[in-house]
Design a protein around this ligand. Structure first.
Ligand code: DAS
Length: 338
Protein backbone atom coordinates (compact mmCIF):
# COMPACT_ATOMS: atom_id res chain seq x y z
CA UNK A 1 0.00 0.00 0.00
CA UNK A 2 2.82 2.39 0.86
CA UNK A 3 4.17 4.27 -2.16
CA UNK A 4 7.05 6.30 -0.75
CA UNK A 5 8.13 9.05 1.56
CA UNK A 6 5.70 11.44 3.18
CA UNK A 7 6.04 14.86 4.76
CA UNK A 8 4.03 15.82 7.83
CA UNK A 9 3.51 19.54 8.40
CA UNK A 10 2.19 20.29 11.90
CA UNK A 11 0.18 23.52 11.89
CA UNK A 12 -1.44 23.61 15.33
CA UNK A 13 -5.08 22.92 16.12
CA UNK A 14 -6.82 20.83 18.77
CA UNK A 15 -4.96 17.75 17.55
CA UNK A 16 -1.84 19.26 19.16
CA UNK A 17 -3.40 20.84 22.25
CA UNK A 18 -3.08 20.00 25.92
CA UNK A 19 -5.52 21.27 28.53
CA UNK A 20 -4.20 24.01 30.81
CA UNK A 21 -5.78 26.06 33.61
CA UNK A 22 -6.29 28.80 31.00
CA UNK A 23 -7.88 26.62 28.36
CA UNK A 24 -6.55 24.39 25.61
CA UNK A 25 -3.22 25.40 24.09
CA UNK A 26 -1.06 23.93 21.33
CA UNK A 27 1.67 21.93 23.04
CA UNK A 28 2.52 18.75 21.10
CA UNK A 29 5.03 19.01 18.26
CA UNK A 30 5.10 17.15 14.96
CA UNK A 31 7.35 14.36 16.28
CA UNK A 32 5.00 13.69 19.22
CA UNK A 33 1.96 13.62 16.92
CA UNK A 34 3.69 11.15 14.64
CA UNK A 35 4.75 9.00 17.56
CA UNK A 36 1.17 8.86 18.87
CA UNK A 37 -0.12 7.87 15.41
CA UNK A 38 2.13 4.77 15.47
CA UNK A 39 -0.35 2.99 17.74
CA UNK A 40 -2.86 3.02 14.87
CA UNK A 41 -0.50 1.20 12.51
CA UNK A 42 -0.89 0.68 8.79
CA UNK A 43 1.74 3.22 7.79
CA UNK A 44 5.52 3.18 7.89
CA UNK A 45 5.92 6.25 10.07
CA UNK A 46 9.72 5.92 9.93
CA UNK A 47 9.41 7.08 6.33
CA UNK A 48 7.63 10.28 7.38
CA UNK A 49 9.56 13.53 7.81
CA UNK A 50 7.86 15.62 10.48
CA UNK A 51 8.13 19.42 10.41
CA UNK A 52 6.66 22.02 12.76
CA UNK A 53 5.07 24.84 10.81
CA UNK A 54 3.07 26.78 13.39
CA UNK A 55 1.56 26.46 16.84
CA UNK A 56 -1.60 28.44 16.23
CA UNK A 57 -5.23 27.57 16.77
CA UNK A 58 -6.84 27.86 13.35
CA UNK A 59 -9.41 30.38 14.59
CA UNK A 60 -6.50 32.78 15.20
CA UNK A 61 -4.82 32.25 11.82
CA UNK A 62 -4.87 34.89 9.08
CA UNK A 63 -5.14 34.48 5.33
CA UNK A 64 -1.45 35.43 5.13
CA UNK A 65 -0.63 32.57 7.55
CA UNK A 66 -2.46 30.11 5.31
CA UNK A 67 -0.69 31.48 2.21
CA UNK A 68 2.64 30.92 4.02
CA UNK A 69 1.52 27.36 4.82
CA UNK A 70 0.64 26.90 1.14
CA UNK A 71 4.23 27.77 0.22
CA UNK A 72 5.49 25.08 2.60
CA UNK A 73 3.05 22.62 1.07
CA UNK A 74 4.24 23.52 -2.43
CA UNK A 75 7.87 22.94 -1.44
CA UNK A 76 7.04 19.64 0.28
CA UNK A 77 4.97 18.43 -2.70
CA UNK A 78 8.03 18.92 -4.91
CA UNK A 79 10.11 16.72 -2.62
CA UNK A 80 7.78 14.01 -1.28
CA UNK A 81 5.18 11.62 -2.61
CA UNK A 82 2.51 12.79 -0.19
CA UNK A 83 1.99 15.74 2.17
CA UNK A 84 -0.10 15.56 5.35
CA UNK A 85 -1.00 18.67 7.34
CA UNK A 86 -2.32 18.63 10.89
CA UNK A 87 -4.53 21.70 11.30
CA UNK A 88 -7.25 23.18 13.47
CA UNK A 89 -10.74 22.16 12.50
CA UNK A 90 -12.36 25.61 12.84
CA UNK A 91 -10.99 26.98 9.56
CA UNK A 92 -9.87 23.73 7.93
CA UNK A 93 -12.42 24.13 5.15
CA UNK A 94 -10.96 27.52 4.25
CA UNK A 95 -7.39 26.22 4.24
CA UNK A 96 -8.55 23.27 2.15
CA UNK A 97 -10.09 25.67 -0.39
CA UNK A 98 -7.04 27.89 -0.47
CA UNK A 99 -4.71 24.96 -1.04
CA UNK A 100 -7.12 23.59 -3.67
CA UNK A 101 -7.09 26.82 -5.73
CA UNK A 102 -3.29 26.61 -5.87
CA UNK A 103 -2.23 22.96 -5.86
CA UNK A 104 -1.19 21.26 -9.08
CA UNK A 105 0.23 17.85 -9.84
CA UNK A 106 -0.36 14.31 -8.70
CA UNK A 107 1.03 14.47 -5.15
CA UNK A 108 -1.80 14.12 -2.60
CA UNK A 109 -2.12 16.91 -0.03
CA UNK A 110 -4.13 15.76 2.97
CA UNK A 111 -5.51 17.81 5.86
CA UNK A 112 -6.50 16.29 9.15
CA UNK A 113 -7.12 17.35 12.74
CA UNK A 114 -9.04 16.38 15.85
CA UNK A 115 -12.04 17.38 17.89
CA UNK A 116 -10.48 16.21 21.16
CA UNK A 117 -7.18 17.41 22.60
CA UNK A 118 -3.94 15.43 22.42
CA UNK A 119 -4.13 14.70 26.17
CA UNK A 120 -7.77 13.50 26.11
CA UNK A 121 -7.83 9.79 27.05
CA UNK A 122 -10.15 9.18 24.08
CA UNK A 123 -8.53 11.59 21.66
CA UNK A 124 -9.35 11.18 17.97
CA UNK A 125 -6.18 12.92 16.76
CA UNK A 126 -3.64 10.08 16.47
CA UNK A 127 -6.22 7.87 14.76
CA UNK A 128 -7.08 10.61 12.26
CA UNK A 129 -3.40 11.31 11.64
CA UNK A 130 -2.65 7.63 11.05
CA UNK A 131 -5.56 7.50 8.58
CA UNK A 132 -4.38 10.65 6.80
CA UNK A 133 -0.87 9.20 6.44
CA UNK A 134 -2.31 5.90 5.20
CA UNK A 135 -4.44 7.72 2.62
CA UNK A 136 -1.54 9.94 1.50
CA UNK A 137 0.65 6.85 1.09
CA UNK A 138 -1.95 4.94 -0.90
CA UNK A 139 -1.90 4.75 -4.72
CA UNK A 140 -5.63 5.53 -4.44
CA UNK A 141 -4.81 9.07 -3.31
CA UNK A 142 -2.56 9.89 -6.29
CA UNK A 143 -4.17 12.66 -8.39
CA UNK A 144 -6.89 13.40 -5.82
CA UNK A 145 -5.43 16.87 -5.17
CA UNK A 146 -6.29 18.30 -1.77
CA UNK A 147 -8.45 16.17 0.53
CA UNK A 148 -9.53 16.13 4.17
CA UNK A 149 -9.30 12.85 6.07
CA UNK A 150 -11.41 12.75 9.22
CA UNK A 151 -13.22 9.97 11.07
CA UNK A 152 -12.29 7.30 8.51
CA UNK A 153 -13.48 9.31 5.50
CA UNK A 154 -11.57 10.99 2.69
CA UNK A 155 -13.41 14.13 1.59
CA UNK A 156 -12.76 16.46 -1.35
CA UNK A 157 -11.34 19.89 -0.46
CA UNK A 158 -13.94 21.66 -2.57
CA UNK A 159 -17.25 21.26 -0.79
CA UNK A 160 -15.91 20.07 2.57
CA UNK A 161 -17.58 21.63 5.61
CA UNK A 162 -17.26 21.36 9.36
CA UNK A 163 -20.72 20.11 10.26
CA UNK A 164 -20.48 19.40 13.98
CA UNK A 165 -19.09 21.56 16.78
CA UNK A 166 -17.84 18.80 19.08
CA UNK A 167 -18.48 15.32 17.67
CA UNK A 168 -15.58 13.33 16.21
CA UNK A 169 -17.78 12.93 13.12
CA UNK A 170 -17.12 16.56 12.28
CA UNK A 171 -16.65 16.87 8.51
CA UNK A 172 -18.80 16.16 5.49
CA UNK A 173 -18.94 17.32 1.90
CA UNK A 174 -22.70 17.45 1.24
CA UNK A 175 -23.51 16.37 -2.30
CA UNK A 176 -19.87 15.63 -3.15
CA UNK A 177 -18.35 13.13 -0.79
CA UNK A 178 -16.91 11.08 0.77
CA UNK A 179 -14.62 10.05 -2.04
CA UNK A 180 -12.98 7.30 -0.03
CA UNK A 181 -12.91 5.17 3.09
CA UNK A 182 -9.75 4.96 5.17
CA UNK A 183 -9.88 2.00 7.52
CA UNK A 184 -7.13 0.67 9.71
CA UNK A 185 -6.35 -2.13 7.27
CA UNK A 186 -7.66 -0.87 3.96
CA UNK A 187 -8.02 2.25 1.85
CA UNK A 188 -10.73 2.48 -0.78
CA UNK A 189 -11.40 5.31 -3.17
CA UNK A 190 -14.94 5.48 -4.55
CA UNK A 191 -14.66 8.59 -6.73
CA UNK A 192 -12.20 11.12 -8.08
CA UNK A 193 -12.80 14.70 -6.95
CA UNK A 194 -13.09 17.53 -9.49
CA UNK A 195 -9.75 19.29 -10.02
CA UNK A 196 -10.17 22.73 -11.52
CA UNK A 197 -7.16 24.53 -13.02
CA UNK A 198 -5.30 26.64 -10.45
CA UNK A 199 -6.85 30.05 -9.80
CA UNK A 200 -4.02 31.47 -7.70
CA UNK A 201 -0.31 31.30 -8.55
CA UNK A 202 2.25 30.44 -5.89
CA UNK A 203 4.21 33.23 -4.24
CA UNK A 204 1.20 35.41 -3.34
CA UNK A 205 1.53 36.60 0.27
CA UNK A 206 -1.84 38.31 0.78
CA UNK A 207 -5.29 38.19 -0.80
CA UNK A 208 -7.57 41.15 -1.55
CA UNK A 209 -10.14 41.87 1.12
CA UNK A 210 -13.43 40.05 0.57
CA UNK A 211 -16.12 40.22 3.27
CA UNK A 212 -18.93 37.76 3.97
CA UNK A 213 -22.33 39.34 4.66
CA UNK A 214 -24.79 37.06 6.48
CA UNK A 215 -28.52 37.26 5.78
CA UNK A 216 -30.96 37.14 8.66
CA UNK A 217 -34.57 38.14 9.16
CA UNK A 218 -34.93 41.83 8.38
CA UNK A 219 -31.20 42.42 7.76
CA UNK A 220 -30.50 46.00 6.61
CA UNK A 221 -27.70 47.31 4.40
CA UNK A 222 -25.27 48.15 7.24
CA UNK A 223 -22.96 45.17 6.73
CA UNK A 224 -22.74 45.69 2.95
CA UNK A 225 -22.00 49.40 3.37
CA UNK A 226 -19.45 48.74 6.13
CA UNK A 227 -17.68 46.16 3.97
CA UNK A 228 -17.34 48.64 1.12
CA UNK A 229 -16.22 51.39 3.50
CA UNK A 230 -13.57 49.03 4.91
CA UNK A 231 -12.16 48.55 1.40
CA UNK A 232 -13.64 45.19 0.43
CA UNK A 233 -12.91 44.40 -3.24
CA UNK A 234 -15.62 41.77 -3.24
CA UNK A 235 -18.62 40.68 -1.18
CA UNK A 236 -19.90 37.17 -0.55
CA UNK A 237 -23.51 36.89 0.58
CA UNK A 238 -24.45 34.04 2.91
CA UNK A 239 -27.95 34.33 1.50
CA UNK A 240 -31.26 32.80 2.51
CA UNK A 241 -32.31 29.51 0.92
CA UNK A 242 -31.39 29.16 -2.73
CA UNK A 243 -29.89 32.67 -2.87
CA UNK A 244 -32.32 35.29 -1.60
CA UNK A 245 -31.74 38.55 0.23
CA UNK A 246 -33.76 41.13 2.11
CA UNK A 247 -34.93 44.12 -0.01
CA UNK A 248 -32.38 46.38 1.72
CA UNK A 249 -29.47 44.05 0.96
CA UNK A 250 -30.67 43.44 -2.61
CA UNK A 251 -30.74 47.20 -3.24
CA UNK A 252 -27.34 47.74 -1.60
CA UNK A 253 -25.80 44.93 -3.65
CA UNK A 254 -27.23 46.30 -6.90
CA UNK A 255 -25.49 49.62 -6.09
CA UNK A 256 -22.24 47.83 -5.22
CA UNK A 257 -22.36 45.89 -8.50
CA UNK A 258 -22.91 49.15 -10.42
CA UNK A 259 -19.68 50.39 -8.83
CA UNK A 260 -17.81 47.38 -10.24
CA UNK A 261 -17.42 45.43 -6.99
CA UNK A 262 -18.23 41.74 -7.51
CA UNK A 263 -20.94 40.18 -5.35
CA UNK A 264 -20.97 36.39 -5.00
CA UNK A 265 -24.10 34.60 -3.82
CA UNK A 266 -23.83 31.51 -1.60
CA UNK A 267 -26.33 30.05 0.85
CA UNK A 268 -26.47 29.90 4.60
CA UNK A 269 -28.34 26.56 4.31
CA UNK A 270 -25.43 24.11 4.23
CA UNK A 271 -26.28 21.93 1.24
CA UNK A 272 -27.31 22.48 -2.37
CA UNK A 273 -26.63 25.12 -4.99
CA UNK A 274 -27.92 28.66 -5.28
CA UNK A 275 -29.99 30.03 -8.20
CA UNK A 276 -31.52 33.41 -9.06
CA UNK A 277 -35.18 32.51 -8.72
CA UNK A 278 -37.24 35.11 -6.85
CA UNK A 279 -38.16 38.62 -7.77
CA UNK A 280 -36.86 41.03 -5.15
CA UNK A 281 -34.22 38.46 -4.12
CA UNK A 282 -31.98 36.16 -6.14
CA UNK A 283 -33.56 37.09 -9.48
CA UNK A 284 -32.73 40.78 -9.01
CA UNK A 285 -29.18 39.94 -7.94
CA UNK A 286 -28.68 37.79 -11.03
CA UNK A 287 -30.07 40.56 -13.28
CA UNK A 288 -27.65 43.04 -11.68
CA UNK A 289 -24.69 40.74 -12.44
CA UNK A 290 -24.09 38.95 -9.15
CA UNK A 291 -22.17 35.70 -9.42
CA UNK A 292 -23.91 32.57 -8.22
CA UNK A 293 -21.35 30.32 -6.55
CA UNK A 294 -23.16 26.99 -6.85
CA UNK A 295 -22.80 24.75 -3.83
CA UNK A 296 -19.78 26.50 -2.32
CA UNK A 297 -20.10 27.52 1.31
CA UNK A 298 -19.78 31.25 2.07
CA UNK A 299 -16.34 30.57 3.58
CA UNK A 300 -14.97 28.67 0.60
CA UNK A 301 -16.70 31.13 -1.75
CA UNK A 302 -14.81 33.96 -0.07
CA UNK A 303 -11.48 32.23 -0.76
CA UNK A 304 -12.40 31.62 -4.41
CA UNK A 305 -13.52 35.21 -5.02
CA UNK A 306 -10.42 36.61 -3.29
CA UNK A 307 -8.19 34.31 -5.38
CA UNK A 308 -9.93 35.46 -8.56
CA UNK A 309 -9.43 39.09 -7.52
CA UNK A 310 -5.73 38.58 -6.77
CA UNK A 311 -4.71 38.68 -10.44
CA UNK A 312 -4.80 41.91 -12.46
CA UNK A 313 -7.84 42.54 -14.62
CA UNK A 314 -11.23 44.11 -15.01
CA UNK A 315 -14.42 43.14 -13.18
CA UNK A 316 -15.38 41.19 -16.31
CA UNK A 317 -12.09 39.26 -16.06
CA UNK A 318 -12.83 38.39 -12.43
CA UNK A 319 -16.30 37.17 -13.40
CA UNK A 320 -14.87 35.04 -16.22
CA UNK A 321 -12.21 33.56 -13.92
CA UNK A 322 -14.79 32.70 -11.26
CA UNK A 323 -17.20 31.16 -13.73
CA UNK A 324 -14.55 29.05 -15.44
CA UNK A 325 -13.26 27.81 -12.09
CA UNK A 326 -16.74 27.11 -10.71
CA UNK A 327 -17.65 25.14 -13.84
CA UNK A 328 -14.49 23.05 -13.64
CA UNK A 329 -15.13 22.52 -9.93
CA UNK A 330 -18.61 21.24 -10.71
CA UNK A 331 -20.18 23.98 -8.60
CA UNK A 332 -22.22 25.43 -11.48
CA UNK A 333 -23.41 23.88 -14.74
CA UNK A 334 -20.95 23.96 -17.63
CA UNK A 335 -23.30 25.91 -19.90
CA UNK A 336 -23.45 29.12 -17.83
CA UNK A 337 -21.96 31.83 -20.07
CA UNK A 338 -19.56 34.45 -18.83
N1 DAS B 1 -11.57 23.98 17.32
C1 DAS B 1 -10.16 23.72 17.34
C2 DAS B 1 -9.79 22.51 16.53
O1 DAS B 1 -10.69 21.69 16.42
C3 DAS B 1 -9.27 24.83 17.34
C4 DAS B 1 -8.69 25.16 16.00
O2 DAS B 1 -9.40 25.24 15.03
O3 DAS B 1 -7.48 25.30 15.96
O4 DAS B 1 -8.73 22.29 16.07
Amino acid sequence: MFVGSLCLLAAGGTIATRTTSEGRAVAADAAELLDAAKAFGGVAVDDVDARDVSRTASFAATTADVLALAEQVRAAAAEYEGVVITHGTDTMEETAALLAVMHQGSVPVVLTGAQRPFDDPATDGPRNLAAALRWAASPDAVDTGVTVVFNDRALPAIGVRKTHTLSVDAFHAPGRGPIGYVGQDDVRRYAMPRRPSPLLPSGVDELPRVDVVPLYLGADATAVEAAVAAGARGIVLAAFGAGNTTPAITEACVRVLEDGIPVAVTSRVGEGRVAGLYTGGGWDLAEAGALFFGDLSPWQGRIVLAAALAAEGTTADVRRRCRAWLQEAGAIPGDVDG
